[in-house]
Each structure stands twice: as structure tokens, then as C-alpha cells.
Design a protein around this ligand. Structure first.
Ligand code: AMP
Ligand code: GLY
Length: 418
């Protein structure tokens, strides 16, 4: 393959940090730009570029002017806005689904229709476009029931409610906002997994498995967040269960994409639950997950730039090889996240420590004088021979850190028995 690649990553969070860093580590890659990126990326040899992620014209112009070989898109809103269609129309190579395929994440109802059409197991569901029929529709569901806003909601559009009164109140709130449809779903029970597939027109590869922790506080308490920590691999997941996820979910999904005429070249992240009736899809996401990516990519032994080059050129993808490292990461968030994150907390400088890497997310300022600029600020990650040691390292580091305006969960990895 071509060497001295110049690449552009779109996005600014910890996920994009991990993607850009992994690409930069490839011997085939010379330069990685990230737009807009964050100042922390300088620690990984990645160059932040001051173009907003939704400025599609600005991004295209940058890619042309800087002779970017291909662009990798991190966030869903940019994919749903049609960046792939725009770049392809201008003859620029780009990785990610086009606008049509991005609806698999952009509209829950669209995704459910796709699953119904291609017989992909999911929860019992029904979509409603007005509050009165949604309230009537509750009669067909047991409690707790899951209520989902149809469109993109930044991870905050899902409520699991215990009784009818709460469901009615929540439906009124949901329909009072900008959303025009709400989906009612049966509440699935079982362990939840994130499965990341690399897809190129009918070919697929499965990346190492990771588990996210979505609730804000220890013991899965508190509001849903973008994700508070993750680890990879998953010792509790049997080969048999993983195989059934591939057979019952991934293969029909990939076939559905082909049969439906989708030209999907990118990452498909399937959120699924292993129920007593087998694996069922909770959601499709048309991109990598944050914070799963930060622990998956360090485990990937296949050259990531080679893998992505095959995707963008529609060539046979290399096999996925995993190293034998255990990786665990804990998100450091601004106090008050996800509802009212502390405004611009001073973070100072994060000390270096053996065996610890820091994937920066919403930070600004200078590397020796950082400030928080959002909810999730950085992820503290350790690689070790086993998860227990990795966890110990991360929490030893966090225990010595003095960041009074931040908080983190103390139980990342507990579901793996560490
Ligand atoms: P989403 O925004 O679709 O990622 O959903 C957020 C979280 O809500 C998921 O990660 C699950 O933990 C939970 N969830 C979504 N749908 C269901 C369901 N049908 N049953 C149980 N939990 C669900
Ligand atoms: N980790 C959850 C997400 O990226 O949506």
C-alpha cells in the first residue's frame, strides 16, 4: 500500500483522540490532522486543525488543499449531515456511511424498519407521532417500559420508566421538545455489549469486544451519560455467545445492507443485549463508540491504517489480529456531568506515569495548564497483562490526582469480576 499517508480525522473527543493516535502509529502514515481536535492530541503527534466538525465545506477545502489521502469521520451528527456524500461528489476518499445509511442511527424508527425487513432480532416496539396515541400505546407494554426519542439526542433521548404515571409524564416532555416521533420498546434484560464491525460492501470484520458503563455513578446509578469507562477484552463473554451475535445479528445486518443497496464503508457499532432468548439489537450506531474505542484500538494488532485503506478502496480487508493486552479506561468528567458540567474547571497538568496513557477529550488551554471545556474531559487508560492489574493502575493514578472539580466512577471493570 501507499506510504507517507496524510490523513484527516473529523471530531474532537476522546474517541477521535484514540482513532488519530492509532492511525499515527502506523508505519504507513506520515501526518494526521484532526478537525477540530483538541490540544491534548499534540501528545500523540496529531495536529489539531481549527475547523468545526459541522463545517463540511471547510473540511472539504482543507482535505483538497492539504492533499489528504482519506478522511475518517468520528461523530454521527457529521455523518447524518451527509459529509460522505459531499466528499465523494468532490472525488475525495472518506470512511463512513453516506447520509442514507446513517439513518440507521439518525432515526430509531428507520433502524427498526430495517431490522423488521431483514429479520434481525430486537425488542418489541411501536412508533408514535403524537402524544395521545403514544399514551394509548402504553397499554400494549409491560413495565418498566423504554421510551426513545426518534432522532439524534446525544445519548440523552432514552428513558426507562417504572410505571404508567412516569411514562405519561415522560411522553409529554418528549413531545414538547423538537422530536416529532417517539418509540415505545419492551425493556430487554441481560448483559449489554458493544460490537464493532468494520464494513465494506458485504465484507465485514469484527473488532475486539468492549463494554461501556453508561450511567453516571457507581453501581449503574444516576442518569445515562455518553459513557463513563470501558474495558477490553471481555473475559465473561463466551465464544458461543459471541458466535451467536455474529450469526444472528451481524450477518443478517451485513446482508440487509447489501440487499438494501447501501454502499456502507465504515464502522457499524451494534449495541446489543444478550437476553434469555438470545442476542437482540438495542441500537445501531454508524460510527465508533466513545469510550469503547479508547480501549479497543490498543488491543488491535492489525495495522489500523491498512485496514481502513482496504475499506476506502473496497479491497479485501486484512484479518483482525488481537494482542494479548488487557486495557481498562476510566473517564474523568466535570462535576455535574451530564446535566450541568462545571464550567471551565482548571485542570492544571496531568502528571506522567508508567503504564498510563491519557486520551484527552473536552480540554482546552495549554498542555501544562489545561481547562475543561465540556462534560467528559479525559480518559485515564492502563494496559497490562490482565484486567485486574490494569484497573489497579488506573485507580492508583486517579487516587493521586487532585482534581476537585471532576468526578469518576470507581467500579469500571466490576462486571468482568475485577
Ligand atoms: P441508546 O441511546 O439507544 O444507546 O440507549 C441508551 C441505553 O438505554 C442503552 O445503552 C441501554 O442500556 C438502554 N436501552 C435502550 N433500549 C433498551 C431496551 N429495549 N431495553 C433495555 N434497555 C435499553
Ligand atoms: N459509548 C456509547 C456511544 O458512543 O454511543
Amino acid at each position: 500500500m501507499k506510504d507517507n499517508l496524510t490523513l484527516l480525522v473529523v471530531g474532537e473527543g476522546g474517541r477521535e483522540f484514540a482513532i488519530a493516535k492509532k492511525l499515527k502509529q502506523s508505519p504507513h502514515v506520515a501526518n494526521v490532522y484532526c478537525a477540530p481536535g483538541n490540544v491534548g492530541m499534540l501528545t500523540a503527534g496529531v495536529t489539531p486543525v481549527n475547523i468545526a466538525e459541522m463545517d463540511l465545506n471547510g473540511l472539504l477545502q482543507f482535505a483538497v488543499e492539504h492533499h489528504v489521502d482519506w478522511t475518517f469521520v468520528g461523530p454521527e451528527n457529521v455523518l447524518c449531515a451527509g459529509i460522505v456524500d459531499k466528499f465523494q461528489a468532490a472525488g475525495q476518499k472518506i470512511i463512513g456511511p453516506n447520509k442514507r445509511a446513517a439513518q440507521l442511527e439518525g432515526s430509531k424508527d428507520y433502524a427498526l424498519r430495517f431490522m423488521n425487513k431483514y429479520h434481525i432480532p430486537t425488542a418489541k416496539h411501536e412508533t408514535f407521532t403524537d402524544v395521545d396515541s403514544a399514551i394509548k400505546g402504553l397499554d400494549d407494554f409491560d413495565y418498566p417500559v423504554v421510551l426513545k426519542e426518534n432522532g439524534l439526542a446525544g445519548g440523552k433521548g432514552v428513558s426507562i420508566v417504572p410505571d404508567k404515571d412516569t411514562a405519561v409524564d415522560t411522553l409529554h416532555e418528549m413531545f414538547a421538545g423538537p422530536q416529532t416521533a417517539v418509540v415505545l420498546e419492551e425493556c430487554l434484560i441481560g448483559p449489554e455489549y458493544s460490537m464493532f464491525c468494520v464494513i465494506a460492501d458485504g465484507q465485514y470484520r469484527i473488532l475486539p469486544m468492549a463494554q461501556d458503563h453508561k450511567r453516571a455513578y457507581d453501581g449503574d446509578k444516576g442518569p445515562n451519560t455518553g459513557g463513563m469507562g470501558s474495558y477490553c477484552p471481555l473475559p465473561q463473554l463466551s465464544q458461543e455467545d459471541r458466535q451467536s451475535m455474529i450469526k444472528e445479528i451481524v450477518e443478517p445486518t451485513v446482508k440487509g445492507l447489501v440487499d438494501g443497496g447501501y454502499h456502507y464503508h465504515g464502522i457499524l457499532y451494534i449495541g446489543l443485549m444478550m437476553t434469555a432468548d438470545g442476542p437482540k439489537v438495542i441500537e445501531y450506531n454508524v460510527r465508533f463508540g466513545d469510550p469503547e474505542t479508547q480501549v479497543i484500538l490498543p488491543r488491535l494488532a492489525t495495522d489500523f491504517a491498512e485496514l481502513m485503506q482496504a475499506v476506502v478502496d473496497d479491497q479485501p480487508m486484512p484479518e483482525i489480529k488481537e494482542n494479548d493486552k488487557a486495557i481498562l479506561g476510566v473517564v474523568l468528567a466535570a462535576k455535574g456531568y451530564p446535566t450541568h458540567p462545571a464550567y471551565y474547571p482548571s485542570l492544571g497538568k496531568f502528571p506522567d506515569a508508567d503504564g498510563i496513557t491519557i486520551d484527552y477529550a473536552n480540554v482546552t488551554g495549554r498542555l501544562d495548564d489545561l481547562y475543561g471545556a465540556g462534560g467528559r474531559l479525559a480518559m485515564i487508560i492502563a494496559e497490562a497483562d490482565d484486567l485486574k492489574t490494569a484497573k489497579q493502575r488506573v485507580y492508583d493514578y486517579l487516587g493521586q490526582l487532585h482534581e476537585p472539580d471532576c468526578f469518576y466512577r470507581h467500579d469500571i471493570g466490576a462486571k468482568a469480576g475485577v
